[in-house]
Design a binder for this molecule. Structure first.
Ligand code: F6P
Length: 328
């Protein structure tokens, strides 16, 4: 017998391409197993405001190719408070919901874990959905592949014009606490330097590197700056460098939210489908307070606590090492 008879699904925090394929998989896997499904609008806000609706097979038709999330999303401060959680719990119980699938990143999981510890009679399963790729327990998070490809396409275009004008570009990419997009995009686009929150680069070293490049006949240079880099932000870095590297014409581009949009890549459609399918099956098997994740091409469970707090998670050492070497 199913341990779950009715589940709710929500997306929370920053949207990520691949959330829609995941919602589709959750809904259809649940229905296939005789479990009713409720969609929650705008993440935890919808739980508090009781903004939910019954979903059927057709509720998720033709959404595989859509970016964003059909359930909408929000960052919800009231859910951090006991009072907000109590209201959310009441609304879930009134609807007879005994399982909850939350698709999101670290903020989403922090809320889910606290909620689930307070109200353990509602089983909670997390799906890693964030372009930041910063959760322990899944080599890739939903949306990271699409976002990185979006960034690469944009930087390739900037390289064309940078090269035509012999310019030095500083390009800010997303990642408040994570350099995952910056690192992969940097290697993929041959960036001359990559500034990451995880690894401090001294400005003197950056300047030396760029001067060397210029004297080695590099026509253009690209420096990728992750949002969370600790050198004071992309404009400050560009200004500091311009003062020292006078023979380069310096420009700044902030890619911003275009990085989060767009149709999910094949990888994110498959990943979303696998994770959504696995999340429902894990709930059926009686699991709770866990996250489904991709590890060595297998879908495995990790506790939400570990997903959030296990600091073994790091950017790949070989990528960090080759970033400098391959861009000489
Ligand atoms: O968490 C995903 C993310 O895209 C981060 O990389 C970025 O710093 C943040 O969200 C931006 O959030 P918001 O859209 O709320 O400004």
């Amino acid at each position: 017998m199913n341990k779950i008879s009715k589940l709710a699904v929500l997306t929370s925090g920053g949207d990520a391409p691949g959330m829609n394929p995941c919602i589709r998989a959750v809904v259809r896997t649940a229905l296939y197993n005789g479990i009713e499904v409720v969609g929650v609008r705008q993440g935890y806000k919808g739980l508090i405001e009781n903004d939910m609706y019954d979903m059927d097979k057709r509720s998720v038709s033709n959404i595989l190719n859509l970016g964003g999330t059909i359930l909408k999303t929000a960052r919800c401060l009231p859910f951090k408070e006991d009072e907000g959680m109590a209201i959310a719990y009441k609304h879930l119980k009134e609807r007879g919901i005994d399982g909850l699938v939350v698709i999101g990143g670290d903020g989403t999981f922090t809320g889910a874990l606290r909620f689930s510890r307070k109200y353990p009679d509602i089983a909670v399963m997390g799906v890693p959905g964030t372009i930041d790729n910063d959760l322990y327990g899944s080599t890739y998070t939903l949306g990271f592949d699409t976002a990185t490809n979006t960034v690469i396409q944009a930087i390739d275009k900037i390289r064309d014009t940078a090269d035509a004008h012999d310019r030095l570009f500083f390009i800010e990419v997303m990642g408040r606490d994570s350099g995952a997009i910056a690192l992969r995009a940097g290697i993929s686009c041959g960036a001359e330097a990559i500034l990451l929150p995880e690894k401090q680069t001294a400005l003197e070293d950056l300047i030396k590197n760029l001067k060397e490049g210029k004297s080695n006949k590099k026509s253009s240079s690209i420096v990728i700056v992750a949002e969370g880099d600790k050198n004071g932000g992309v404009y400050d870095v560009a200004k500091a460098v311009q003062q020292e590297v006078k023979d380069y014409d310096v420009k700044v581009t902030i890619l911003g939210h275009l990085q989060r949009g767009g149709s999910p890549s094949s990888f994110d459609r498959i990943l979303g489908s696998r994770l959504g399918f696995a999340a429902v099956n894990a709930l059926i098997a009686g699991e709770s307070q866990k996250m489904v994740g991709l590890q060595a091409n297998h879908i495995l469970l990790t506790s939400l606590d570990d997903a959030l707090n296990n600091h073994e998670f790091k950017l790949e050492a070989d990528l960090l090492q080759m970033a400098d070497i391959l861009s000489i």
